[in-house]
Design a protein around this ligand. Structure first.
Ligand SMILES: C[S@@+](CC[C@H](N)C(=O)[O-])C[C@H]1O[C@@H](n2cnc3c(N)ncnc32)[C@H](O)[C@@H]1O
Length: 250
């Protein structure tokens, strides 16, 4: 979990699998669920990195959405939000070594693995709902399957943060399993896990983006291939003007 400024607050015993101890400050349900999610990604990080070392699993059209996003970005500063073990950071650098790619992830183990790849310009631990980055810092924010643990009703939280850290005219790309409904995941990356994820419709993502001041410039829903468990969705939005109610301007 992180505090309001995005700095990591590690609650003893709730992260890293140690014995649970009482906290000196109150926890809310979001913090507890986020800590459990973080622990799960810590546990699966090594097998995740081995199973998905690069973007060869992605369909060509998925990669085309990343290409389009990079073409639309008005500069070189890119945030990989929910960077996992760093495969997308490496992909972005292979597209253009001049890109300055930052990473952020909830999981300390994932952060370590991204750092170890040596492709990112900087990587920090943090929460997509409270990004530890200053306003207007990036030209592009990419969230590749990292919003999937937010319910459709909660999407506004990370999307508003993506908008906040974008400069005006900056772009965001989100990827997600398309459809509707909650998924209770009990087995992933060779481990027994207990995770909740959500499918999203491109329409819901477009609406949530509009609500926070991100205007949709491209969207795609594609059918599942035989190797996919679900159809996949992608939306590119652009930070529009600064007059959106409830969204602070840079
Ligand atoms: C399915 S993995 C995708 C990783 C990477 N984007 C990729 O495609 O390889 C989801 C990642 O999002 C991170 N994540 C999930 N919820 C997060 C949150 N609230 N804040 C930051 N990272 C989060 C997880 O720790 C995990 O590394």
């Amino acid at each position: 979990m992180v505090n309001g400024s995005g700095a990591a607050l590690i609650r003893p015993g709730t992260v890293g699998g140690g014995p649970t101890r009482f906290c000196a400050y109150p926890a809310d349900m979001d913090d507890i669920e986020r800590a459990a999610l973080r622990t799960t990604y810590d546990v699966v990080a090594e097998s995740y990195a081995n199973l998905l070392p690069d973007c060869s699993f992605e369909a060509d059209v998925d990669i085309a959405m990343i290409d389009h996003f990079i073409e639309l970005a008005p500069g070189r500063r890119i945030l990989d939000a929910g960077c996992g073990a760093g495969r997308i950071v490496s992909h972005l650098k292979s597209l253009n070594p001049e890109l300055r790619v930052s990473g952020v992830d909830l999981s300390e183990e994932m952060v370590r693995r991204t750092l170890a790849r040596g492709a990112a310009d900087d990587v920090v631990q943090g929460d997509l709902s409270r990004l530890p980055h200053t306003d207007g810092r990036f030209d592009g924010v990419l969230a590749w399957y990292s919003i999937i643990h937010f319910s459709p009703d909660d999407l506004i939280g990370p999307l508003a943060e993506f908008r906040r850290v974008l400069r005006p005219g900056g772009v965001v790309l989100v990827a997600f399993q398309a459809g509707t409904g909650r998924r209770n995941i009990t087995r992933a990356y060779g481990h027994d896990v207990d995770m909740t994820a959500f499918r999203h419709s491109a329409e819901d993502v477009v609406e949530a983006m509009r609500a926070v001041g991100l205007e949709t410039v491209a969207r795609l829903e594609r059918a599942a291939r035989p190797v996919d468990a679900h159809p996949q969705g992608f939306v590119v939005g652009r930070r529009s003007d600064d007059s959106v109610a409830g969204v602070s301007s840079v």
